[in-house]
Design a protein around this ligand. Structure first.
Ligand SMILES: [Zn+2]
Length: 285
């Protein structure tokens, strides 16, 4: 009799221990699930570097992030059905964008607005519409963050100075020795064309005209039309052809001007100089 009680007691004890153990491990896994790495509607990293400015110059860069700047667990884009799909970074353009801003400030005492993407193009292309920019849903909040900043910066510049100058900085390898202008053939600089007419492209006034005057090879030469790299999503979305836009120019920097450190340094210096005279001519800034 006693033995039977003992046996039943031990069985019950084993059952209780097993149940408790299952419950405890269940609790463990559910508590780790309830603490995700980030919320679904939040970008897992700071999607961009931003500097607020005190002059109507806005320097942006979408493709400069390096290969190491990827979000763990997010698959790389495949680009199925995306025209001219490219998932490679524009080498050295984040550095160029930041240093041009620093050199500009050193020269003029004014801070341009600066926005530089922090996620590699293999996961997101900020210079595309949302539909074509990313494939994994966790990239949506990152995309929204980045373009939220472009929108609010353009709005702020319009509020403070009525107009502004957005230079969207990229790199290209097709014409390695050239700097290529993209404005959809003048569309995204509608305001400047109305103010300055054809002079907007000339040596004495225009950004590319001045760069050409310093010995840079530029494309297209005025009055030729833009045929390659005519402009991307950013200039098309925020350009002055829109009622809420500012003058926007895409600059595609050939590989030759980026890869060598001394050539790159000279480009940074020249771009900052040319931008300061350009801003002075337009805004007296
Ligand atoms: Zn690019």
């Amino acid at each position: 009799m006693n033995q039977r009680y003992m046996k039943n007691f031990l069985c019950l004890l084993v059952l209780v221990l097993l149940t408790f153990n299952c419950f405890a491990s269940d609790q463990g896994s559910s508590s780790s699930e309830s603490k995700p790495f980030h919320k679904e509607d939040e970008c897992a990293v700071q999607a961009y570097f931003f500097q607020a400015g005190n002059t109507p110059l806005f320097l942006s860069n979408e493709h400069g992030a390096e290969k190491s700047q990827v979000i763990a667990g997010v698959p790389l884009r495949k680009g199925i059905g995306v025209k001219k799909f490219n998932s490679k970074a524009d080498w050295y353009t984040a550095e160029i964008t930041l240093k041009v801003a620093q050199e500009y400030e050193r020269l003029t005492g004014k801070k341009p607005y600066v926005l530089i993407a922090n996620i590699h193009r293999s996961q997101i292309d900020f210079n595309r519409s949302a539909k074509l920019a990313y494939e994994h849903p966790s990239m949506k909040p990152c995309y929204d963050d980045f373009h939220g900043v472009v929108r609010s910066t353009v709005d702020e510049i319009r509020q403070r100075w009525a107009q502004g100058y957005l230079l969207d900085i990229h790199g290209q390898n097709k014409r390695p020795n050239y700097l290529i202008r993209g404005t959809y053939n003048g569309l995204t600089i509608k305001n400047l064309r109305e103010k300055e007419g054809g002079d907007v492209y000339q040596k004495k006034l225009g950004l590319f005209g001045r760069l050409s005057g310093l010995g840079y090879q530029v494309m297209p030469q005025y009055p030729q039309r833009e045929t390659i790299y005519r402009g991307g999503y950013v200039v098309k979305t925020y350009g002055s052809h829109r009622p809420d836009g500012i003058d926007a120019i895409q600059l595609e920097i050939g590989k030759y001007y980026r890869k060598d450190v001394s050539v790159r340094k000279q480009l940074i210096f020249d771009l900052a100089n040319v931008l300061s005279t350009r801003m002075n001519a337009i805004f007296k800034e």
